[in-house]
Design a protein around this ligand. Structure first.
Ligand SMILES: NC(=O)C1=CN([C@@H]2O[C@H](COP(=O)(O)OP(=O)(O)OC[C@H]3O[C@@H](n4cnc5c(N)ncnc54)[C@H](O)[C@@H]3O)[C@@H](O)[C@H]2O)C=CC1
Ligand SMILES: O=C(O)C1=N[C@H](C(=O)O)C[C@H](O)C1
Length: 269
């Protein structure tokens, strides 16, 4: 047991944090060695298992990430952009693999993560599930096969508490469609339509976001032409799919050289 990789979960009280704690504890492939939450959080100092309403897991929640990371071989981080940037520097300092699931990262955040990845392994993906990563590959292939008579529209739906839009997954899918077509997503993307928009621009890649209830995550990629449509769909019904992917990434990263990777690298897709 002691030779299994030790993993720290950041944002341990969150929707994904709790799922990760359960997944790691039950995996038999890794040890949970730390749980981090933001300073002032009510769970600081409590055993994570007890705080989650179950039996003790022998790991107290801390607000000191550096001390926790120093004991770990990997950090799994599904939190928020500002926190993730801070954790990237600290994980690199500790030479721990940093698995980043956080979405809503902007250019300035990504530059800091890139700098950290010069010293340590970073695996980052807007979606860690096998099914979505397959969907990304299919989207790229179909976009490459179809010309601009086929309008690409991506529709994503998530729970009412999600704070960023479009979802990280929708952006992955948009990027894949753009790559398939040989264009730049930033130039082609049309998201958040409202008012007198004018007719659709040929070649645009549309992205729309739905927010409501407890939707775990749903993504449609629609290729619409005159007289026919191709629709690819992924429906997540359980956050365990993301946690399993993240754990797989943390284990895969143990043998990798410093640098930034994604789930395509981990899954060999
Ligand atoms: N890549 C993927 O496969 C997936 C990514 N996500 C992303 O993961 C992120 C988190 O999602 P949820 O768990 O639903 O959110 P959540 O709001 O339930 O959890 C976030 C947690 O991070 C904690 N946190 C924030 N700042 C912190 C700091 N400085 N130090 C320590 N902890 C801090 C919060 O207290 C909270 O417990 C979002 O960006 C979401 O889009 C979610 C599911 C799958
Ligand atoms: O916030 C979420 O919940 C999710 N976020 C990720 C995203 O932004 O795509 C992945 C998943 O869809 C759930």
């Amino acid at each position: 047991m002691a030779d299994l990789p030790g993993i720290v979960v950041t944002g341990a009280s969150g929707r994904m944090g709790q799922m990760l704690v359960r997944t790691i504890a039950a995996s038999g492939k890794a040890r949970l060695v730390g749980c981090v939450e933001r300073a002032g959080h009510g769970w600081i100092g409590q055993d994570i298992g007890v705080a989650m309403g179950g039996g003790p897991l022998g790991v107290a929640v801390t607000d000191d990430p550096l001390e926790a990371f120093a004991r770990a071989q990997a950090v799994i981080d599904f939190t928020a952009p500002a926190a993730t940037v801070e954790f990237a520097a600290l994980a690199a300092q500790a030479r721990a693999v940093h698995v980043i699931g956080t979405t809503g990262l902007e250019a300035a955040h990504l530059a800091k993560i890139e700098a950290a990845a010069r010293h340590a392994v970073v695996v980052r993906a807007g979606n860690m599930s096998l099914g979505v990563n397959l969907l990304v590959r299919l989207t790229q292939k179909i976009a490459a096969a179809l010309d601009e008579d086929w309008d690409v529209e991506i529709v994503e739906a998530h729970h009412r508490m999600k704070v960023d839009a479009p979802s990280g997954t929708a952006l992955m899918l948009g990027r894949a469609a753009a790559e398939g077509r040989g264009v730049d997503l930033d130039a082609a993307m049309d998201s958040g339509r409202h008012g007198i928009t004018g007719a659709r621009q040929r070649g645009a890649i549309g992205i729309a976001a739905v927010r409501g209830g407890d939707i775990v995550g749903e993504h449609d990629v629609i290729f619409a032409a005159d007289g026919e449509r191709v629709i690819l769909r992924h429906v997540a019904t359980d956050r365990a799919i993301f946690a399993r992917g993240a754990l797989r990434a943390a284990l895969w990263g143990q043998g990798a050289k410093p640098g930034q990777y994604d789930m395509m690298d981990v899954l060999g897709l």
